[in-house]
Design a protein around this ligand. Structure first.
Ligand SMILES: Nc1ncnc2c1ncn2[C@@H]1O[C@H](COP(=O)(O)OP(=O)(O)O)[C@@H](O)[C@H]1O
Ligand SMILES: [Mg+2]
Length: 437
């Protein structure tokens, strides 16, 4: 297949000369402005792009946001002799281009640069289309099971109790259930029972009438009422004080509440989803949590797996957040280095997905090369840490697999041959290390 090149040039005269020279063997599409270039890139993937008279493009249009949108293409600029003295041109080179040339163009060097850029483009995987931020991402088996559970639970209206470590995705799971349920058009009201001071939870949840207590100048509806027609998410339910557990139980049984300072029962139609990072059975056994409330809430129990139990999703998630927070990074930064990937796979993730988000966002700010390093992520390079021989062996195996796959252009047969193993062994190793070719 011929190599595809997109040329953006304000003036055809410049292209004509190149066509007979360095780009004669490329499949070239030439456009005169960024609007046409946008359209071309929407219909076809161009691994390499050439910006001719790049300074004039800078002057007339919003080149920066265009290049951010199309960072899967490797861009090369051609400038007039003194253009590069201008700060805007230098910024363009540093931020967006893999290389630049000055007129008159040296055809041999340009041919070489184009080939080099094409090689780079092949090594890089194109980024996936923008993901829906409300979606539970992951292809690991526990995640597939969780999504199936969410879909099933969303069809009914009974209470759900979600258990999972901090940062594993309990709230996102609750949002997912709400979004797929018949209540999706109604409100989703989250309350963190551990974050509201105990003396305020009662009035926050149930509301109050005017004069119910000093300072209650006017009546206020509580959070339960405000979730009418939708879903109430009670996070850290284990932190709910005992007396309020009784009130909540009454609400779950009778579907009515009464505001503080009133005896009037108000009917509220709410689905309750509760979550906890501690096993509530233990709190029940210890007497801190009412057993009857526990059984009311745990009609449909759902467990969110810890990130370390779905390691094959770590890189997918890291790449998702890399895209999601694209605005916070330099466009020069194109992805994770092999060593960073190895470090991500090695880390134990005590803070789960929330920790992963924080590390990726930190790396976007810290990185100053083209690829994120383990240090940018705040994860020491795995090979220099003291470790058991088995660990070192596993890490080295992982690195070798990734490197061979990349070198072979993700061709499993070729990578297996390079490593001197059979295809079957190769598949076994890939699955063992959670690597998706
Ligand atoms: N499977 C997932 N896919 C995408 N984002 C996720 C996933 N799991 C968690 N997150 C994100 O990680 C962060 C922490 O998740 P959250 O639901 O608040 O965790 P928890 O409630 O268990 O502490 C949130 O920003 C959430 O959107
Ligand atoms: Mg939470």
């Amino acid at each position: 297949m011929r190599k595809r090149l997109l040329c953006i040039a304000p003036d055809n005269a410049h292209i004509a000369a190149l066509m007979t020279g360095p780009i004669h063997d490329w499949d070239t599409c030439c456009v005169g402005n960024l609007g046409d270039a946008d359209r071309a890139l929407r219909t076809e993937r161009y691994p390499v792009g050439l910006l001719l008279r790049a300074r004039s493009l800078l002057r007339t249009t919003d080149l920066d946001s265009f290049l951010r949108r199309h960072r899967d293409t490797q861009w090369i600029g051609v400038f007039r002799p003194h253009d590069i003295d201008h700060a805007a041109c230098r910024d363009l080179v540093v931020e967006h281009l893999v290389d630049y040339h000055t007129e008159p163009v040296d055809p041999v060097r340009l041919a070489w640069t184009l080939g080099h850029a094409h090689g780079w483009a092949l090594l890089r995987r194109p980024s996936a289309p923008q993901d829906d931020p409300g979606l539970l991402i992951g292809r690991a088996e526990p995640m597939v099971r969780l999504r199936a559970q969410v879909a099933r639970v969303a069809r009914v209206d009974a209470p759900v109790l979600i258990w999972g470590e901090s940062g594993s995705g309990k709230e996102l799971t609750a949002q997912s259930i709400h979004a797929q349920s018949a209540r999706a058009r109604g409100p989703f009201v989250p309350i963190n029972c551990g974050a509201i001071p105990p003396n305020l939870i009662q009035s926050e949840l149930f509301g109050y009438e005017r004069g119910a207590f000093t300072g209650a100048a006017r009546a206020k509806a509580g959070l339960i009422e405000s979730a009418h027609g939708g879903t109430l998410f009670l996070d850290e339910i284990g932190d709910l004080p005992k007396d309020l557990q009784a009130n909540l139980l009454r609400f779950l049984q009778e579907k009515t509440i009464s505001r503080l300072g009133s005896t009037r029962a108000i009917r509220v139609d709410v689905r309750v989803i509760a979550a906890s990072h501690v096993q509530l059975q233990q709190a029940v056994a210890g007497g801190a949590f009412r057993e009857d409330l526990y059984y009311r809430l745990a009609v449909l129990p759902v467990t969110v797996p810890a990130l370390r139990d779905r390691r094959e999703d770590v890189v997918t998630l890291a790449e998702h957040f890399f895209r999601l927070y694209a605005d916070e990074r330099s466009p020069r930064l194109t992805g994770f280095s092999n060593r960073a990937v190895a470090a991500l796979l090695d880390h134990a993730w005590p803070g789960n997905v929330r920790e992963l988000i924080n590390r990726v966002r930190r790396a976007l700010v810290m990185a100053d090369g083209r690829l994120v390093t383990p240090q940018d992520l705040g994860l020491e390079s795995p090979l220099v840490m003291p470790a058991a021989l088995d660990d070192i062996r596993a890490r080295t195996e992982r690195l070798a697999l990734r490197e061979c796959l990349q070198r072979s252009g993700q061709n499993i047969s070729r990578a297996a041959r390079d490593l001197g193993v059979s295809r079957t062994t190769m598949y076994r190793l890939l699955s063992k290390h959670g690597i998706q070719p």
